[in-house]
Write a protein of this length. Structure first.
Length: 121
């Protein structure tokens, strides 16, 4: 909402139109970062963390904190128009968000393997 007001992009437009909106690239980067975190990553992280949290509650709480901080840094980096768009999201620490996703998914696989008797520890 803050970016919509700041860049004057009204609903129902999901993205700003280049040539029509003065700061289309800046708004679109904010919007894309927001979408990458909340729509593309949050559901899978939440499910993995909830399932793995049954066996590894402390690990998943720390991972959840790391995911939250990493998601914030990811969005800050993505919105920074002074950086190249290809690596902007990771230059300010956004890789923490992806690593937390991997840890949650790995813990979920480990817990599943334990329950199925594939490995003992």
């Amino acid at each position: 909402m803050k970016a919509r007001k700041e860049f004057n992009v009204q609903y129902p437009n999901l993205y700003a139109t280049p040539g029509y909106h003065k700061d289309a690239d800046a708004f679109n980067r904010v919007q894309r970062g927001h979408q990458a975190v909340l729509v593309e990553s949050l559901p899978s992280f939440t499910l993995s963390a909830l399932v793995a949290g049954v066996c590894y509650p402390v690990t998943m709480s720390i991972t959840g904190l790391a995911w939250s901080v990493g998601a914030y840094l990811f969005q800050i980096g993505y919105a920074d128009t002074s950086l190249d768009v290809k690596m902007a999201r990771y230059k300010k620490g956004g890789m923490v968000f992806r690593l937390a996703n991997a840890v949650a998914f790995g813990a979920c696989i480990r817990m599943s393997g334990k329950l199925m008797g594939w490995w003992s520890s």
